[in-house]
Design a protein around this ligand. Structure first.
Ligand code: UDP
Ligand code: MG
Length: 313
């Protein structure tokens, strides 16, 4: 029988994890696959790990993995994907925003021969207008700047075939913008539209500051266009300076040169100073990431791994 593993990263999700597993178990029962779920505890501070152990005790299809500390969702996911060996691997959030009931549709598309089947959100229940707006803006910028087309309104919720998951395993970069990496893998991909639910319990771990950093991560790891931007801004200012110089020169020839223009001088200096600092900051963003990458530290550390008692056959 073919096997399916569902990878669930969870950070302080004890409030909703049981409800999540109950719904997932119903989906598993209806699938004619040997299903297992791998819960990844991303260094939770609450009793998420204890809940996972309880779930594992009550259901032979549950495997649990605990990281040594909180590494962030992207790395928790990576740890889960590294450990999952099934023919198809599904990635889903623990907060029931991605309904497990969509998984059979993913499986059906996978059986049709698709390697990556991802969920695209039709609605974003329970999310503010600002969040909807900023995320739409982000996808637009990404689309413009990067060679890898990142599908819009698509989270991490998806199914990957064995070879797609293996391909992803080979990507060991530290700057892990998963949405981009999933797209980078390529192969035959298919979108399944679903209704994104409001969080079942607990609260989102992503505030705007984190989302901003996430967006920076996405752009810097998939595009070097911002670096080139500095060149263009430089060229533009140089050209403007040339035109302005010609104008000043002509004016001095025609009308003579009284000592004036102190405010313009200051303006130009401040403007150029600002542009230079921005360009430096940009280079710094990339340099910093290069530095982190160059250290070659392991991506995450595992504290404990308990396999499913019923090994998928
Ligand atoms: N998560 C994680 N590590 C973190 C933050 C989040 O494993 O450091 C998990 C979290 O438990 C959830 C998923 O990632 O299962 C999505 O997180 P969240 O719901 O907070 O994000 P949002 O849906 O608001 O984007
Ligand atoms: Mg969520």
């Amino acid at each position: 029988m073919q096997t399916l593993t569902v990878v669930v990263p969870a950070y302080n999700e004890s409030a909703g994890l049981r409800a999540f597993h109950a719904r997932l178990a119903v989906v598993f029962d209806a699938l004619d696959l040997a299903c297992t779920v791998l819960y990844v505890d991303d260094g939770s501070g609450d009793d998420t790990w204890a809940v996972m152990q309880a779930l594992r005790a009550g259901d032979a299809r549950v495997a649990t993995l605990k990281l040594s500390r909180n590494f962030g969702k992207e790395l928790a996911l990576t740890a889960g994907l590294d450990a999952a060996e099934a023919d198809a691997v599904v990635v889903i959030d623990a907060d029931l925003q991605d309904p497990p009931e969509v998984i059979p549709q993913f499986v059906a598309a996978w059986r049709e021969g698709y390697d990556v089947v991802y969920g695209t959100r039709a609605s974003r229940a329970g999310e503010s207008g600002t969040k909807k707006f900023t995320s739409a803006a982000f996808y637009r910028v990404m689309q413009r700047l990067s060679q890898t087309p990142v599908p819009r309104d698509t989270g991490d919720f998806r199914l990957m075939s064995r070879r797609a998951a293996d391909a992803l395993k080979q990507v060991r970069e530290r700057q892990r913008f998963m949405k981009g990496l999933f797209a980078w893998v390529g192969y035959r991909q298919k979108a399944i539209v679903y209704q994104r639910q409001a969080r079942h319990a607990g609260s989102s771990k992503f505030n705007y500051w984190r989302l901003w950093n996430f967006a920076l991560e996405g752009i810097t790891s998939f595009s070097t266009v911002p670096l080139r931007l500095a060149t263009y801004v430089g060229l533009l200012t140089a050209f403007a300076a040339f035109v302005f110089g010609a104008f000043v020169f002509g004016k001095a020839l025609l009308y003579g040169d009284a000592v004036r223009g102190y405010p313009t001088l200051l303006l130009v200096m401040l403007f150029l100073g600002g542009v230079q600092l921005i360009a430096l900051g940009l280079i710094g963003e990339y340099l910093g990431r290069l530095y982190m990458e160059a250290k070659q530290r392991p991506l995450y550390l595992v504290d404990a791994l308990h396999p499913a008692r019923r090994e998928p056959q």
